[in-house]
Design a binder for this molecule. Structure first.
Ligand code: HEC
Length: 266
């Protein structure tokens, strides 16, 4: 039987080519990470890639109205300023709760406790700092004057999942490309001098992670519980792949003899 392939016994040129290709593929993974960050991070209206963003892509989410979120955190308390007054908060929360009457109640002076319409309340409370009449030195962005300014903040946002045809195209591209590259890297991993348990662990993490990630893309459309599987599978796959590529490069260059009696059996 011929000796198994050992990376460190490959000729110089082969090890150099292998190293270049590992670096290209590592770069590819880094680029897809950045792409994902860039492309998906805005689904929930907050910066950074969050679980809600991912849920928006694969399942769809209802993102709370920005105004509701500000009221919840007692804005501008989070900026280190005096919080909104309790009474106004309660009134505005009540107003936003009836999502189908938000427009109707905007100028309704009989709304709530009759202490003013939502328009009057926000004009008094938000207008202190954001209103058009505030002196230039005290004014803070954004400008909040009319309904047109408040309207985009008042409604929750329904984020629909990615169109099925696009998901299908993406699955087709990802499964063929990633399936192939994963197979190759796993095979290279078995040509390193790593202990069998590490080889087994990393190759299973990369392969099962990929299967669960891509499978969960589809399962998550009906059941948002699978979003966690997308994240866990994706992380396991990418982490194991990155580690294996680094180990392949290391193994190709680390000294350890290019012959040796014990190696042919390993
Ligand atoms: C006491 C002053 C003050 C009041 C009152 C106030 N804000 Fe602000 N608001 C701020 C400050 C300060 C910022 C931060 C501005 C910046 O970073 O440039 C801010 C930022 C914002 C932003 C930008 C997003 C963010 O979170 O930074 C929005 C939207 C906003 N306020 C809406 C409101 C609404 C709606 C109300 C009334 C319910 C309100 N603000 C009441 C001071 C105030």
């Amino acid at each position: 039987m011929s000796a198994p392939l050992r990376l460190r016994r490959l000729p110089f040129g082969a090890r150099l080519s292998l190293t270049c290709l590992m670096l290209v593929t590592l770069g590819g993974y880094a680029a897809s990470g950045l792409y994902m960050q860039d492309h998906h991070q805005n689904r929930d209206g907050t910066p950074g890639l969050t679980k809600t963003d991912i849920e928006g892509v694969y399942h769809g989410v209802t993102v709370e109205a920005p105004l509701g979120r500000l009221i919840e955190v007692e804005h501008p308390k989070e900026k280190g300023l005096d919080p909104m007054n309790e009474f106004d908060r309660a009134q505005l929360t009540e107003w936003l709760k009836a999502t189908d009457q938000i427009v109707e109640n905007w100028q309704n002076i009989d709304f709530g406790d009759g202490s003013g319409s939502p328009e009057e309340i926000v004009t008094m409370s938000c207008g202190k700092c954001h209103g058009p009449g505030v002196s230039k030195d005290d004014w803070v962005a954004p400008l909040l004057g009319s309904w047109d300014d408040y309207k985009p903040m008042a409604f929750q946002n329904e984020v629909s999942p990615t169109d099925e045809a696009i998901l299908l195209a993406s699955t087709h591209a990802h499964s063929l490309a990633l399936g192939t590259i994963t197979l190759l890297i796993c095979a290279l991993m078995y040509a390193t001098r790593m202990p069998g348990i590490i080889k087994g662990l990393l190759t299973v993490l990369a392969s099962a992670g990929l299967l669960f990630d891509l499978g969960a893309w589809w399962l998550a459309r009906d059941n948002p519980a699978f979003i966690d599987l997308i994240i866990a599978g994706g992380a396991a796959h990418a982490g194991a792949m990155g580690l294996m590529m680094l180990l392949v490069i290391l193994d190709a260059w680390l000294p350890g003899g290019r012959g040796g009696a014990h190696e042919a059996s390993g």
